[in-house]
Design a protein around this ligand. Structure first.
Ligand code: FE2
Length: 201
């Protein structure tokens, strides 16, 4: 008797594979942050224009807190791609990144409050934005690096973030409302990654 093991096929990851290959081409050109953000925004906008590729395991909310799933890390840790999953009402503390980053909403909406530090705490650098599916925002020490992000819709929200480092391993900070920094290394919620490299299907 032959026993066939059924392996769940999952979604087609070729969009994500193409994105990481194209982003590697961009960072191969050099470390000009403005150029990377400009080219990266075009690539991320294209990636999030179609919501048919993110496997369910990397879009799963947790009732306790927002989730940060690593989807891919460049072999030289020049960039990482992460899915953030927000249940209703979930939010980050105020935090920084220390490297360039792009935030693109795939599903739902994300509310972004951008801050600068003052002697007594923080002030908003612009009116809070609500990014909807298909929209992209940028952060970096040059363009503004401190923000607080929260779910901007009633259901589950999913966004795809790209950073100029292995972001889960970067030493950075969260901040109390009075501006007191607290060191923080985010890590990731997942221990396995989507398989971008099986080209047999
Ligand atoms: Fe952030």
């Amino acid at each position: 008797m032959t026993v066939h093991t059924e392996i769940k096929a999952g979604p087609d990851l070729s969009r994500l594979r193409r994105f990481v290959a194209d982003l590697a081409d961009v960072v191969d050109q050099g470390d000009d942050e403005a150029a990377i953000l400009k080219a990266g925004e075009v690539l991320l906008t294209r990636l999030i224009a179609t919501d048919d590729w993110l496997p369910d395991d990397y879009a799963r909310p947790n009732p306790e807190r927002y989730q940060q799933y690593l989807l891919h890390c460049d072999s030289r840790e020049r960039f990482s791609v992460v899915s953030f999953v927000w249940g209703p009402g979930q939010a980050t503390p105020i935090h920084d990144h220390t490297v360039w980053g792009l935030v693109g909403v795939l599903r739902g909406a994300e509310r972004v409050e951008s801050y600068r530090r003052t002697t007594t705490g923080f002030e908003l650098t612009r009116e809070p934005d609500v990014l909807h599916a298909g929209e992209v925002d940028a952060v970096s020490p040059t363009v503004g690096d401190i923000h607080r992000v929260s779910n901007g819709c009633d259901g589950v929200s999913v966004s795809i973030h790209v950073y100029g480092a292995n972001i889960g391993a970067v030493r950075r900070a969260t901040y109390a409302p009075d501006g007191t920094p607290k060191p923080f290394i985010s890590g990731y919620a997942n221990s396995t990654l989507p398989n971008l490299w099986d080209r047999s299907r």
